[in-house]
Design a binder for this molecule. Structure first.
Ligand SMILES: Cc1cc2nc3c(=O)[nH]c(=O)nc-3n(C[C@H](O)[C@H](O)[C@H](O)COP(=O)(O)O)c2cc1C
Length: 346
């Protein structure tokens, strides 16, 4: 087994282990980022967070929208426990992408990430996300425009999938992005057409890594320490981004650094979801938003344990936030540690 350097690298260039939290639209908002990064008194093991994507169309995005996605720009560009948060932009036009990136940095973003990986049909139809993977010259032009618009010292990073239909061109894609001046590249080891279906293809990440000099961050199904070690072996990558795996196993970032923390139980998840909902409401979010986001967290945590899966099955039909939260009270859960059989949410 490879020994992983436990120091927290804030970039994949720095000494130590780089383990970032993946952006996940609909759940990894600032409240979630705060909850996760404050665990263990802030010693959460997370190197970096990336905001949910900010959609850029024809105009520079207004400050209000940037703030909504990434209020951390007002607090030094980090979560309350000091983990940097990059703002992620999604769009197909170099000019508004560049002016929006400049605005994000002027507002306090410590870095900008460009999303060329989103597989959503609505986004792809309107010239955003993974669609651009089909046009390497456009990947380069957009990356270069954003790079030019922000100070040299500000990282501009890019997140992609392996390709649109297959992984055959991943080297060309990576080279175009490097040519555009990206600081590093994160690759989700699936194609656009694959959606989220198995299998992940970590070996194609390795091909891209060998084609460029910039660091390549591996992403996709890195849900356990064993999976991350296997990915390291197969892709040769030493920097990682974790998404869905963090929803049910938030201690993974610490476990990777050698901490022997046990898996958290259902009581923990209930408590977190209660607080998550409460804080979304306090921040002006509607009950419908809080309900949707809590269900999304539960859905993504479900694969981590049978207990969480049981919670999701029971609570996914909750029609309103109050009934979901009632179902998340310890008395609604016969056993908070194992073999959970939840009483249905009223
Ligand atoms: C619900 C959901 C929302 C996502 N939203 C984003 C997003 O806003 N930006 C982005 O670059 N990737 C997004 N992704 C992709 C993830 O960042 C990540 O690349 C993908 O889930 C694979 O990693 P994982 O297996 O660790 O989850 C999203 C994924 C999910 C499941």
């Amino acid at each position: 087994m490879t020994v992983i350097d436990p120091r927290i690298a804030r970039t994949p260039h720095a000494p130590g282990l780089f383990a970032a939290l993946a952006p996940m639209d609909g759940v990894t908002d600032w409240v979630y980022r705060d909850l996760l990064t404050r665990m263990h008194g802030g010693d959460c093991g997370i190197s970096l967070c990336v905001s949910e994507f900010v959609r850029v169309t024809r105009m520079t995005v207004v400050p209000k929208v940037i703030l909504k996605h990434c209020p951390e720009v007002q607090t030094g560009g980090t979560t309350a426990s000091g983990v940097p948060v990059f703002v992620q932009l999604l769009g197909g036009q170099p000019e508004p992408m560049a002016t929006t990136a400049a605005r994000c940095v002027a507002m306090g973003a410590p870095g900008v990430d460009i999303n060329f990986g989103c597989p959503a049909k609505t986004v792809n139809k309107s010239d955003g996300g993974a669609t651009i993977l089909q046009f390497p010259h456009r990947l380069e032009a957009i990356t270069a425009a954003v790079r030019k618009a922000v100070p040299d010292s500000t990282p501009v990073t890019v997140k992609i999938r392996l390709g649109w239909e297959n992984a055959d061109h991943v080297e060309d894609i990576a080279r175009s992005i490097e040519q555009g001046g990206a600081s590093w590249l994160t690759i989700h080891a699936r194609t656009r057409m694959q959606g989220y279906r198995p299998p992940v293809d970590w070996s194609s990440i390795g091909r891209a890594r060998e084609a460029v000099r910039m660091p390549v961050v591996a992403n996709g199904d890195l849900n356990t320490v064993d999976a991350i070690e296997a990915c390291q072996e197969i892709s040769g990558c030493t920097a990682f981004m974790i998404g869905r795996g963090a929803m049910g196993r938030p201690r993974l970032f610490r476990q990777l650094r050698g901490h022997r923390d046990p898996q958290l139980d259902a009581a923990w998840l209930c408590e977190q979801l209660q607080e998550y909902a409460q804080r979304i409401l306090e921040g002006g979010g509607t009950e419908a938003v809080a309900l949707g986001r809590c269900k999304q967290w539960l859905r993504l945590a479900a694969p981590a344990s049978d207990v969480y899966a049981g919670m999701f099955t029971t609570l996914k039909r909750s029609q309103d936030l109050a009934s979901l939260l009632r179902g998340l009270r310890p008395e609604g859960i016969p056993s908070c540690s194992a073999g959970l059989a939840l009483s249905p949410a009223p």
